[in-house]
Design a protein around this ligand. Structure first.
Ligand code: SF4
Ligand code: SF4
Length: 117
């Protein structure tokens, strides 16, 4: 690369908008379809366990007796297999990433008993 071309590129970058953002004060808008984290609508879950069986990482545990749906977010690789396999379409992929944490905690969601309502 010639010195002239390199000089032109350097000078051009001085006047261009920076490629980086001042995170966390300035945050980029997540593109549509970004696989951030799995979310559940527990009201429609029937605790069938298909999501647990379809997860290649064993990140989901469905406890029918305790009426809980659990995900270990730091084991999840955001493949979306559970979302695609859920027969009740109660799982979705939200764009926000799992927040950083010091421990590998899991997220337990209580599934309400629709028969009690
Ligand atoms: S989230 Fe969907 S696939 Fe998983 S247990 Fe509930 S209904 Fe079944
Ligand atoms: S997105 Fe993939 S890895 Fe994450 S819980 Fe669902 S099936 Fe498992």
């Amino acid at each position: 690369m010639s010195g002239f071309k390199l000089g032109g590129m350097t000078l051009g970058s001085v006047f261009k908008k920076p490629e980086t953002t001042l995170y966390p004060f300035e945050q980029k808008v997540a593109p549509k379809g970004l696989r951030g984290h799995v979310a559940i609508s527990p009201e429609t879950c029937i605790l069938c366990g298909i999501c647990q069986k379809s997860c290649p990482c064993g990140a989901i545990t469905v406890d029918k007796k305790a009426r809980t749906w659990e995900i270990r977010r730091f084991s999840c690789v955001q493949c979306g297999a559970c979302v695609r396999s859920c027969p009740k379409a109660c799982l979705s992929m939200e764009t926000a990433y799992t927040k950083p944490a010091t421990g590998k905690s899991s997220h337990v969601v209580e599934v309400p008993d629709t028969k009690e309502r």
